[in-house]
Design a protein around this ligand. Structure first.
Ligand code: RTP
Ligand code: MG
Length: 139
């Protein structure tokens, strides 16, 4: 993925709570352009693969169970400095620590059920975007 793109998921908790529209509105209002998007549900194998980097962590089983329990919105976003700016927009992993106005501060339930994902590097943005979208689905 180009250096001006990042990958996001609106996680099952935020989809269940009806926050898709509000979160996409905030993402668009913050200058990100949607260049790929779909409603989908990860299988256990998908989630274990996507989060393989966390497989030794104590929360791994809980994370896989959470991320597979219902649909997510997966999307690729484009903006200058996308990876860093998007992580600023979503806020800290734990909503208790997230800055006011951030997506996690507004919509996350706790450190696990934290409403949104944002890639942590340009390299991972490319890997994660390609995990969810075929080339012809990336505009
Ligand atoms: P993400 O990858 O989803 O954007 O979140 P992040 O970089 O802020 O956090 P990361 O360390 O990559 O953790 C991935 C996801 O695992 C869940 N988690 N649970 N129970 C816990 O202590 C715990 N810690 C992390 C969260 O859903 C987190 O977003
Ligand atoms: Mg992460």
């Amino acid at each position: 993925m180009a250096e001006n793109r990042t990958f996001t998921m609106i996680k099952p908790d935020a989809v269940e709570s009806g926050h898709i529209g509000a979160i996409l509105e905030q993402i668009s209002a913050s200058g990100f352009k949607i260049v790929a998007m779909k409603l989908t549900q990860m299988t256990q194998h998908d989630a274990e693969t996507f989060y393989a980097v966390h497989k030794e962590r104590p929360f791994f089983g809980e994370l896989v169970e959470f991320m597979t329990r219902g649909p997510i919105v997966a999307a690729i976003l484009e903006k200058e400095n996308a990876v860093e700016d998007f992580r600023t927009l979503i806020g800290a992993t734990n909503p208790t620590d997230a800055a006011d106005g951030t997506i996690r501060k507004k919509y996350a339930k706790n450190v696990g059920e934290n409403a949104v994902h944002g890639s942590d590097s340009n390299e991972n943005a490319k890997i994660e975007g390609d995990f969810h979208f075929a080339g012809r689905e990336q505009f």
